[in-house]
Design a protein around this ligand. Structure first.
Ligand code: DGL
Length: 268
């Protein structure tokens, strides 16, 4: 990174703000432009072709604003679009959340039995098992779409009895014997880190959680270390609809308040 141009980050909506929060912790001096395609979310229930089309438009909007690195902060968009984006922008480094998540899972798992939870689109496309098996041919990957978690995270139902009971309903079958059960669970959706406590409560204590947002931020900082600087980086927020909702719900995902007049609405 040169430190002279912002890092572009996009997601279907507010979920990618968990990735942005991790990126800002890892790279506090960098400027970021975050684009949430709130007019067309969710991506997780749409076909791979549609998500690819939307992702190309999001990337173009950020490329037009002079970014020097593109982070695809959405698992569903990463699953269907990362290669196409890398081809379309050969001069622009592009990183998604799936490869770093897969690497962290393979590194964390002793048994190479790995479970992945994500949106329907991410699970159906098989991008996580494919990325994990490229790194560890013997890995056994179990995948499960946990669609309710996304809505619960946006509703703020992230802990307590309801969250824990939904987590048990989804996850207990994945971690029940007979035979060896996974020792690692990948949170393969931007919304799921908000539910990490409830998810953990439904798992055997030996299971390791891999948060693809955290590991992606660490991978960016390691691969493209910025020059030293004393200044505090800025964030510019773009969305395709609903500045007030973006600010209200997005604040939970970013972990700090967002003013609705700080959100610029754009057309793609
Ligand atoms: N950002 C999406 C993901 O990580 C979740 C929300 C959606 O389905 O659009 O897969």
């Amino acid at each position: 990174l040169s430190g002279n141009a912002p890092i572009g980050v996009f997601d279907s909506g507010v979920g990618g703000l968990t990735v942005l929060a991790a990126l800002r912790r890892a790279l506090p001096n960098e400027d970021f432009i975050y684009l949430g395609d709130t007019a067309r979310l969710p991506y997780g229930t749409k076909s791979a072709q549609t998500v690819l089309r939307y992702s190309l438009q999001c990337a173009q909007a950020l490329a037009d604003r002079g970014i020097e690195l593109l982070v695809v902060a959405c698992n569903t968009a990463s699953a269907s679009s990362i290669e196409a984006l890398q081809c379309r922008y050969p001069q622009l480094p592009v990183i998604g959340v799936i490869e770093p998540g897969a690497q962290a899972a393979v590194a964390a798992s002793r048994s190479q039995r790995i479970a992945v939870i994500a949106t329907e689109g991410t699970i159906t496309g098989g991008a996580y098992p494919a990325a994990i098996r490229r790194l560890s041919a013997a890995a056994q990957v179990t995948s499960l779409a946990c669609s309710l978690f996304g809505a619960m995270a946006e509703e703020g139902w992230t802990c307590g009895a309801i969250a824990e009971s939904v987590a048990r309903r989804y996850l207990e079958p994945l971690f029940e014997g007979p035979g060896e059960v996974p020792d690692t669970l990948v949170l393969g959706c931007t919304h799921f880190p908000l539910l990490a406590g409830a998810i953990r409560s439904a798992l055997p204590s030996s299971v390791q959680l891999v948060d693809s947002a955290q590991v992606t931020a660490a991978a960016v900082a390691q691969r493209w270390p910025p020059p030293p600087s004393a200044r505090r980086g800025s964030v510019r927020f773009l969305a395709t609809d609903g500045a007030a909702r973006f600010a209200r719900v997005g604040g939970q995902f970013l972990g700090m308040p967002i003013a609705s007049d700080a959100v610029e609405i754009i057309d793609l």
